[in-house]
Design a binder for this molecule. Structure first.
Ligand SMILES: [Zn+2]
Length: 281
């Protein structure tokens, strides 16, 4: 039997968001069993971290409730799910989660530093009952039953990134080592276009990998850092299932839009969300 967890103590982050460049303050607070991951925005509204609250998926996953919005939730949610945090209240003052170093490392390190408290309720898992396939043009996502949460990611970008394939087991130890440190990325020619559209206002060479025609402008943390970052993003989006995923995800060129469409569909379909006895009992 695996039990639910929460943080042993509150953790906090401050800084500018990647897309808006606006400052924000985030506190992640311990919460009781059954609470799940929930957002409180500007001390005004509170809602569960679930697919129903996704309001935008262009370049980042944006959640909203009423007139309140919070952008770029995926890296923080990825760190919480990846580190095995079932219950927490995420209190945000500002329009966007701080970008930190463009990865989930700062968030995962903070979770590891305070540690997890075990609660006396079984973990609530989301388990698919049959394989499901989601497509959007040449993007593909397959979600299938499995004994744990695993992701296989294929990306295929223009040079110099090219095609990359990475698979990862999403369990705290491997997540912290193989997924969390990989940074968001873009092409030099895209960065200008993003800035023109009012995005990437907080982007610098310290919080994103920028690829020029001949390669990355700063050293990579892993040869497959782009594909690993896409796994990081996928884990964050799958946190919006509202329960701990127990499934294998095969993703080809997928992004926030397809992830969030799948999460909403899977929740609507009624597959899963159940308290299950762990295979590792
Ligand atoms: Zn990302």
């Amino acid at each position: 039997m695996q039990y639910q967890t929460t943080l042993r103590d509150a953790i906090a982050f401050e800084g500018a968001g990647l897309h808006t460049g606006a400052p924000a303050r985030v506190r992640v607070l311990p919460a009781p069993a059954g609470h799940g991951l929930r957002f409180r925005l500007n001390d005004a509204v509170e809602f569960p971290a679930r697919g129903d609250y996704v309001v935008e998926t262009v370049r980042a996953t944006v959640l909203g409730c009423g007139e309140h919005r919070v952008s770029t939730v995926e890296h923080l949610l990825s760190a919480l799910l990846g580190c095995g945090v079932d219950n927490a209240l995420i209190a945000v003052d500002g329009p966007e989660i701080p970008v930190a170093d463009g990865s989930a490392k700062v968030f995962a390190d903070a979770v590891e530093a305070v540690g997890l408290a075990t609660l006396h309720e079984p973990r609530i898992r989301w388990i698919p009952t049959e394989p499901r396939v989601f497509r959007d043009g040449d993007k593909l996502l397959i979600v299938a039953p499995a004994s744990s949460f695993r992701v296989r990611m294929t990306v295929d970008y223009p040079a110099p990134i090219g095609a990359q394939y990475v698979e990862a087991e999403i369990a705290p130890e491997s997540y912290v080592r193989e997924v969390a440190p990989n940074r968001t990325f873009g092409f030099l020619h895209e960065v200008e276009a993003l800035v023109r559209r009012g995005l990437a206002q907080g982007g610098t060479l310290e919080n994103a990998v920028v690829f020029g025609p001949d390669g990355p402008l700063t050293p990579l943390r892993d040869p497959n850092e782009p594909a690993r970052h896409k796994i990081l993003d996928l884990v964050g989006d799958f946190a919006l299932l509202g329960a701990y995923p127990q499934c294998e995800v095969i993703a080809i060129k997928s992004g926030h839009k397809l992830h969030c469409t799948a999460v909403r569909e899977l929740r609507r379909h009624g597959d899963g969300e159940s308290t299950a006895v762990s295979a590792t009992s």
